[in-house]
Design a protein around this ligand. Structure first.
Ligand code: HEM
Ligand code: HEM
Length: 132
């Protein structure tokens, strides 16, 4: 099986987990457990996404390929950045309440942007891999 399937698989898990996290925050706030589920699935999703990027960077380095070769790669590294800062801002939103910085809208924006960009990059990745 080509190696990039593993990369794609981790991204798919990351995407599905974040969709579940989004649905929880958007539609299930009346449930007492929504934030716990939102935290868990999103941290799993962000870790899977970040892990998928590391796996591909290592693979490309070992096979002597070049980094930053495609739009998919550029967008992918930006997604990696968002998958680190979005959960951090999520925690700040809860912990750092005595600050003037409005973490809440920033977290909502970066979370939504992350999910949309992941969708686009998965389609691009599947095209590069010749699956679609
Ligand atoms: C949101 C989801 C995805 C992200 C964030 C992502 C991220 C990345 C990054 C950062 C690289 C470049 C690594 C480097 O230059 O060192 C890369 C390469 C690659 N990815 Fe993805 N990827 C995603 C989804 C997919 C999917 C679903 C596939 C298909 C199975 C795929 C196939 C590939 C292939 C074949 C490469 C090597 C060619 C290239 O550098 O563009 N990716 N990906
Ligand atoms: C990659 C990880 C994450 C993503 C993609 C994400 C995404 C989102 C999105 C899109 C929303 C807005 C939902 C809506 O439209 O109503 C949201 C809300 C929220 N998130 Fe996250 N989140 C992540 C991680 C976290 C973490 C780790 C925490 C806290 C520990 C957190 C705490 C919250 C809270 C408290 C809200 C409600 C804010 C509000 O009602 O405006 N999130 N998240």
């Amino acid at each position: 099986m080509p190696f990039y399937y593993f990369h794609g698989f981790l991204m798919f898990i990351g995407f599905v987990a974040m969709i579940v996290g989004f649905i929880t925050a958007r539609f299930m706030k009346k449930k007492t457990w929504w934030l716990r589920l939102h935290k868990i699935v999103n941290i799993v999703g962000a870790s899977s996404t970040f892990g998928g990027i590391i796996v591909m960077v290592i693979y490309i380095s070992l096979t002597g390929g070049g980094h930053f070769n495609t739009i998919h790669a550029y967008l992918g590294f930006f997604i990696g950045f968002l998958s680190v800062i979005t959960p951090v801002i999520g925690f700040l939103q809860i912990k750092a309440v005595r600050t003037r910085i409005k973490f809440r809208p920033i977290h909502r924006f970066s979370g939504r942007l992350l999910i949309i960009l992941m969708f686009i990059n998965i389609i691009m990745g599947l095209r590069i891999a010749g699956v679609i």
